[in-house]
Design a protein around this ligand. Sequence first.
Ligand code: ADP
Length: 253
Amino acid sequence: QEVEERKRTEHELRAAQEELVQAGKLAALGEMATAIAHELNQPIAAAKTYIASCQLMLKRNKLDDLAPTLDKVSDLGDRMAKVTGSLKSFARRSSDKNLEFDLRQAIKEAVSLMKHQFHVEDCDLKLSMPGQPILIMGDRMRLEQVLINLFRNALDALHETDGPQINVKLSMDNDQAMIKVWDNGPGVPEEIGNKIFEPFVTTKKEGIGVGLGLSISYKIVKDMGGHFRVTNRTPSGAEFSVQIPLSNKQQEG
Ligand code: ADP
């Protein structure tokens, strides 16, 4: 009787475990779907703006301006494909793109992808980078995604600020690369405190923020063996620092 009892308990336990695994998978799926929507909203909005300009150009018969604007729409399409691609590799976890790259190139690319937004929102960008390459190992696309998230957040925080400004500084300290991104906005709201890197923590209006940007970014930086920190600055503004170990080659050189 005891053996029977034990068998039944074991069976129930296994069923409960399977159910938990299934629930976990569903939750992860939901999270991924929200993440994809979050990452694609910005390029979709930009593409819509460009398409509206194209329609206007057609109406006014300004055909010369049409081609470069269509190129921008096409670039945004590439960008979106990159995002879904990177989410796929994110889901796979072990990144197959563990290559050495120059952080200056990644920063330049992220800045150039956001250039239009900086311009539209009248934000001044100050960039400071060393003359020599800063080499790290990892997936360059994913790091660019982290930087774009930081820029998007800073722009959102700067809506009410006169003379909005974002600073980016890349430096090297011993065997570590350090990227600092700070703004002159109001800083991270107190109520968020140290929960800022947790998923679904947001102070933005519904439909604008879902609170996944920084948690995904945190994971990307951790996967590269790095650290991600945030502090508020005096007199104002938020400062994010991303510290990543230099590649072996750079450490030896
Ligand atoms: P989301 O952008 O969807 O809100 P994030 O994880 O990127 O999600 O950001 C979480 C929250 O952190 C934001 O809602 C905001 O309250 C705060 N935050 C992020 N960046 C800044 C910043 N530069 N200045 C002030 N608050 C910020």
